[in-house]
Write a protein that binds this ligand. Structure first.
Ligand SMILES: Nc1nc2c(ncn2[C@@H]2O[C@H](COP(=O)(O)OP(=O)(O)OP(=O)(O)O)[C@@H](O)[C@H]2O)c(=O)[nH]1
Ligand SMILES: [Mg+2]
Ligand SMILES: [Zn+2]
Length: 357
């Protein structure tokens, strides 16, 4: 039994979280699909439908207390193991979440226990460095390792692809970047090499970038529905609706998710620091510890901006995310006041920069 759990990512760390007698009884499983109100769980051998106990529902204080795809759970099997009930979610190694769209600061759970977040962007009109930064912040914030997959390389010349990859490597030198095509299979070897057995990966990215097409390609057959040619622009529609964890032939565990329309404002701090590491390092050198990096004398970030060491767009997106992050810790009234004042400040700084040049 335990060996089968290992094959779907169970390791010593999770073993420590599980009650030994539940483990010995074969009552530990992984959530491999999350539907609206039910789940599919797997023990590495069989998959069965499952629901949560009333007690778990009752004691849940937030959506984060419910099981998500990727979670390890303790279960009781029913009807000769034809179905199961989930009574507890084991402590997560990592929690991939995003703020729900809208004003309220609520989180939506995307997946649990992800080792690597695969940020997928297509190299056509979906390619956008600023959006990439947002995804990176989201992934970094949860302590998950990010990797960037650039799909649809067949739509660009090899030179154009190389330029875009080089751009990203300059801005984010510590993140792995792979360009590939599901159509002409360029780079598929690199993608496969990235995916290690028993490690859990989650694909994140806008609708239509080719996440499910990649999953099918890695599986070697068209198991899951992708957007059809006729529905080419597929406005506002997601082809994938649920979240599923699939074991690939090489032994890696891959979660496909529906494309995200917007990331919402992300209330994060650690993630910003890592994604903008060159800027946050400078922040430590500002004269004032509470420097807002907008007007202070002795601000190391403004100095670097002036010296052209930080591109203005990068400064702007750092400030925007930092502001959103601080914003969510404030009350509504504070927010309204701050938002206007701060927006004005950043605009003034940018204007001064432009006038100088
Ligand atoms: N040219 C080209 N088209 C691709 C590639 N990969 C996927 N596509 C096409 O892009 C469209 C969208 O692909 P999907 O795999 O359904 O996209 P998705 O990211 O899963 O979208 P959602 O499930 O809505 O989030 C389909 O028409 C695919 O055939 C690629 O590498 N090159
Ligand atoms: Mg899909
Ligand atoms: Zn500063």
């Amino acid at each position: 039994m335990e060996n089968e759990l290992d094959s779907i990512g169970f390791d010593a760390w999770f073993k420590d979280q599980a009650e030994p007698d539940r483990l010995a009884a074969g009552e530990i499983a992984r959530v491999v699909a999350a539907h609206r109100e039910s789940y599919t769980i797997s023990n590495g051998d069989i998959e069965v439908p499952a629901e949560v106990t009333g007690r778990l529902m009752f004691s849940a204080a937030s959506p984060l207390d419910y099981p998500a795809v990727g979670d390890w759970v303790s279960v009781k099997y029913l009807d000769n193991a034809a179905s199961a009930i989930i009574d507890a979610v084991l402590t997560r190694k990592s929690t991939l979440k995003r703020k729900t769209p809208g004003k309220k600061v609520d989180f939506q759970l995307i997946a649990g226990n992800i080792d690597t977040g695969l940020i997928v962007q297509s190299l056509d009109n979906n390619y956008n460095i600023r959006r990439l930064e947002r995804y990176l912040v989201m992934v970094h914030d949860t302590g998950i390792e990010p990797a960037i997959l650039l799909s649809k390389s067949d739509l660009l010349s090899p030179e154009e692809v190389a330029l875009k990859v080089a751009d990203i490597r300059t801005l984010m030198p510590e993140v792995r970047v792979v360009a590939f095509s599901n159509m002409d299979t360029t780079g598929m070897g690199d993608v496969r090499e990235l995916l290690k057995p028993r490690q859990t990966y989650c694909m994140l990215g806008s609708s239509g970038v080719g996440k499910t097409t990649l999953l099918n390609a890695l599986l070697g057959h068209d198991r899951f529905a992708t957007r059809t040619i006729r529905d080419k622009d597929g406005k506002g529609r997601h082809t994938t609706t649920g979240r599923q964890l699939i074991k690939l032939p090489g032994g890696a565990l891959l979660i496909d998710t529906p494309g995200m329309r917007e990331l919402g404002n992300i209330a994060v701090e650690a993630g910003i620091g890592e994604t903008f590491s060159e800027i946050s390092t400078l922040a430590g050198q500002c004269r004032f510890a509470d420097c807002s990096h907008t007007q202070e004398q002795g601000c190391a970030i403004l100095a670097a901006l002036d010296a052209g060491e930080i591109p203005p767009e990068r400064y702007e997106s750092f400030m925007k995310l930092a502001r959103e992050s601080a914003f969510h810790k404030m009350s509504f009234l504070e927010k309204r006041k701050k938002d206007r004042a701060f927006g004005k400040m950043v605009r003034t700084v940018m204007k001064q920069k432009k006038n100088k040049r």
